[in-house]
Design a protein around this ligand. Structure first.
Ligand SMILES: N[C@@H](CCC[C@H](N)C(=O)O)C(=O)O
Length: 297
């Protein structure tokens, strides 16, 4: 079966975007993995499937799959690309748009300068919101936040702020973003047994009260050039820890994202870019992927 797709990115966090309104798309985890594969597929951090909404108040529904095939609750950079996709593909001219995601309905607004602003929804901080098992762990109050000391093999305990932007984030402060142990501590935190649903691991360096640098080892995708919900989580964690004030400019490897958090309303704005469009035979691609290790006996 041939699927048309569009390759997009938001600050370098890249997506294969599929139109499930005009195409009949059955996106299984195996197919998502095949599309996302950077050697045998198209290559992407996440796959976005734009579809007709189930909820009467939403204009569209879009579903998010990580590169490992897992379906997730939210994706900030993907939300901005979703708006650009809907407008460019002529699916709707409406602006702002209301999109149904796994965790509810969010409002997205394409601004005049080509950026997209997203009202990101509710934030939660209690460990249960991230399926985080705190039993026997040490916690330290820190301004409005609570830091959790997580032991990691081969590393000192890390002090984590917990933030759920419906998807789970564990944010730590680092002195130098360049030397932060994203590639070693990141995967250990991401799949730590205390996080029953795994977690996105954020590493933030504070530059001043309105500016941070951030790297994120994403659940199900590894380190990405930017993570929109990660940027929101870091900004919110920094504000709760008394280190930052809204608005916060988050510098990622793929570019800046602007976050505001006031009166419990969380907004993110940033770019959404179309790279190219194409079509793919999804059955052949998926089959190739499942038989790709030619050194297996
Ligand atoms: N890149 C995204 C987040 C995608 C989902 C995340 N990896 C998860 O599993 O929660 C963003 O821009 O927010």
């Amino acid at each position: 079966m041939i699927w048309n797709f569009v390759k997009m990115h938001g600050a370098g966090n890249d997506f294969v975007v599929l139109d499930g309104v005009r195409q009949n798309i059955d996106l299984t985890p195996e197919r998502a993995r095949a599309l996302a594969d950077r050697h045998f597929g198209i290559g992407a951090d996440q796959i976005l499937l734009v579809d007709t909404p189930l909820h009467p108040e939403a204009d569209f529904r879009y579903r998010i799959f990580n590169a490992d095939g897992s379906e997730v609750e939210h994706c900030g950079n993907g939300a901005r690309c979703f708006v650009r996709f809907v407008h460019e593909q002529g699916l709707s001219r409406r602006n702002p748009l209301r999109a149904e995601i796994k965790s509810g309905i969010i409002t997205l607004d394409s601004t005049g300068n080509g950026d997209v602003s997203v009202e990101m929804g509710q934030t939660r901080f209690e460990p249960q919101a991230l399926a985080f098992d705190v039993q026997g762990l040490q916690s330290t109050p820190c301004a409005d936040d609570t830091l959790w000391a997580l032991p990691l093999p081969g590393h000192n305990d890390v002090q984590l702020s917990l933030v759920a932007i419906s998807n789970p984030h564990a944010v730590q402060l680092v002195d130098d973003i360049q030397t932060a142990p994203v590639g070693t501590a990141g995967p250990l935190i991401e799949s730590h047994p205390r996080f029953a649903q795994r977690v996105n691991a954020g590493f933030m360096q504070v530059l001043d009260r309105h500016t941070i640098k951030l790297r994120v080892y994403e659940r199900g995708a590894g380190e990405t050039l930017a993570c929109g919900t990660g940027a929101c989580a870091a900004a919110v964690a920094g504000i709760r820890r008394g280190l930052l004030d809204s608005p916060v400019l988050v510098h990622t490897r793929g570019g800046p994202l602007a976050i505001t958090w006031a009166d419990n309303l969380l907004h993110m704005s940033g770019p959404a870019v179309t790279v190219f469009a194409g079509s793919v035979d999804i059955d052949t691609l998926t089959e190739q992927l499942t038989t790709k290790d030619f050194l297996q006996p």
